[in-house]
Design a binder for this molecule. Sequence first.
Ligand code: NAD
Length: 481
Amino acid sequence: MNKIQNYINGKFENPIHGVYIDNYNPSIGEIYGQIPNSSKEDVEKAYQAAADAFPAWSNTTLDERSKILSKIANLIIEKIDVLAAAESKDNGKPISLAKAVDIPRAASNFQFFANAITQFSSEAHESVGLNAVNFTLRQPLGVVGCISPWNLPLYLFTWKIAPAIASGNCVVAKPSEITPITAYFLGEICNEAGLPKGVLNIVHGLGTTTGQAIVEHPNIKAISFTGGTKTGAHIAKVAAPMFKKLSLELGGKNPNIIFADCDYDDMLQTTVRSSFANQGQICLCGSRILVEETIYEKFKEDFIKKVSELKVGNPSENTTDIGALVSKQHLEKVKSYIDISENEGGKILFGGNKVVVSGNENGYYLQPTIIEVQDNNCRLNQEEIFGPVVTLMSFKTDEEALTLANGVKYGLSTTLWTNNLNRTMQFSKQLQTGIVWVNTWMLRDLRTPFGGAKESGVGREGGFEALRFFTEPKNVCIKYD
Ligand code: NAD
């Protein structure tokens, strides 16, 4: 059985107390490895390594840092086959998706911040008439904590680590205990790329032990967290009295608003993807599909037909569209929402059942599921399900669509399908979300601010926003004669 280790000070180490937890392969429902459940003492050791590395790393030239980050990016691409296979096995996602999206994006995260740090600048203000000039010194924070979820494991882990180290910080990072494997490989890659020891330290373990120890550590200056809203609220409660900087990327319940004047074929194809990519386990998936009444019946029929053609199957087969859900517990949670659908006034139009995949009978498979609902206040429309389940609802007017879209506690992203420019602008201004995609979905430009409004998060990642988060601005005012 594979037993992975923590990556501390450039070395692979067993957890101090020797406590491990099981790691499952969701496509077959079996344990295939163990990972450390790191304690406070392990986190302290990782912190010390990071603190010792900080003086030298924060003084490394931008050119040198940039070269190392580029090298990490190149090595990720060189190892794409191994990493994609590992990600698919650990998470249950189709290998084709890991190869096309997860791993290339992890490389892009490093390459992007390798470039961005060479272009990052700060402001200067001449105080005219006062014989003074002000400039802003942007300095790294010191040791920072990065905590990430299981849905896009290496993709989101590196999205935090790359800007943190690019801007001169040293990191204690924890991937999800449910999908730790590619994070383990990242340690090897960092050594191969020549990242100085201690700049990145990776501790594995449960959120309530290892994650909690990172958040509670008195000298870890900032926490960049992606995960559930409930966990985010808990982290904020622990970190706030310690005055840590916090970036919280949390849950979503994203609307997909479809108007009759859209490019129908493009919309239909993209909506299948935005509903069910990665088994619907992407925080940006559109889980509430709102359709203008005049095309509602046609959409319903066409959407069901397209979704029925998706192949649920073994993630390691290239023809699979929908792989396994990440864990048994998560499968049961998602299924429990399907089971309450009737009580919530919903009607299952397609799917709703677990799937037995031949040869992988104990894997965690679920049909892509479409549920028609009447009331936006039902639990299916209000709570994050985070699986291959979408709801359908019709609307008559722009005002109604906007009210429905904004009528949840979350505010991460919205997809809007229309060719009407005025409507596009009105919705863009009035939607309570961090991201609005118009006639597309998940088209990402890494320079843009990324994050959510309302209970979907606090702060923004991406581009210079991430570099600003990981640096402290200091105003220097120089008076001259
Ligand atoms: P989660 O909140 O259960 O766990 C996320 C991470 O936090 C894991 O590494 C976990 O071990 C850790 N954690 C748990 N308790 C902790 C604690 N007390 N202290 C410190 N760390 C702790 O989330 P998950 O189930 O892994 O991921 C799914 C959630 O993530 C969904 O809600 C999804 O919407 C959200 N998500 C959001 C974004 C975004 O960008 N907004 C992206 C991806 C996923």
